[in-house]
Design a binder for this molecule. Structure first.
Ligand code: AMP
Length: 195
């Protein structure tokens, strides 16, 4: 099962992707996590990405695609994966199409978590206090929401036109939202979601 999880920063993608990973036994690939690991390790790529991430902007498509290709070459992705935080713009959506076609691994479903901006600001402020992620400070979150609206929101239409998109209400208890996601997967892919 190969899934893309869409949603604004702070919409719960990471939390829900971890649950889907456990439920479905597939890999969780977060490009934000891959980039944060590169920053932490102080690699040349991480040094380049850091200021862009701290400003709430998108890291260059080439860098992120390179990280993703490397990750998809690892064996735990063979039975499937959940992509969290990728694609972030239409160029990435097209690049992903090409990459997955080359690998012979087309997407099964695209799920989008819908959460109002007011909830996003509240959630990321809590995360900022708990985890201290620089890009969760309220000013940067506003910037990230602008980038999301301008660049990432059109990605939903891209997948809707291919009949792959299901939108999910992302407000409520974590368990409830997890159940909504699994229900949507079942509806989209049939029995495959039961594995
Ligand atoms: P996330 O953890 O997904 O919210 O990502 C944190 C930050 O990493 C984003 O604000 C971007 O600066 C960068 N990032 C993560 N994924 C991507 C991507 N697919 N394309 C470009 N930048 C990304």
């Amino acid at each position: 099962m190969r899934i893309v999880l869409l949603g604004a920063p702070g919409s719960g993608k990471g939390t829900q992707a971890a649950r889907l990973k456990a439920e479905l036994g597939i890999a969780h690939i977060s490009t934000g996590d891959l980039l944060r690991a590169a920053v932490k390790a102080g690699t040349p790529l991480g040094l380049k990405a850091r200021s862009v991430m701290d400003a709430g902007q998108l890291v260059s498509d080439d860098i992120v695609l390179g990280l993703l290709e490397e990750r998809l070459a690892q064996p735990d992705t063979r039975d499937g994966f959940i992509l969290d935080g990728y694609p972030r713009n239409l160029a990435q959506a097209n690049a992903l199409d090409g990459l997955l076609a080359r690998l012979g691994q087309p997407l099964d479903a695209v799920l989008k978590l819908n959460v109002p901006d007011a909830d996003i600001l509240r959630r990321t402020e809590l995360r900022f206090k708990a985890e201290g992620r620089a890009d969760d400070n309220p000013d940067t979150v506003r910037k990230r929401l602008e980038v999301y609206a301008a660049q990432t929101a059109p990605v939903a239409d891209f997948y809707s036109q291919r009949g792959l998109l299901t939108e999910i209400d992302g407000v409520g208890p974590i368990e409830t939202i997890a159940a909504r996601l699994l229900g949507a997967l079942r509806a989209q892919t049939g029995a495959a979601a039961e594995r």
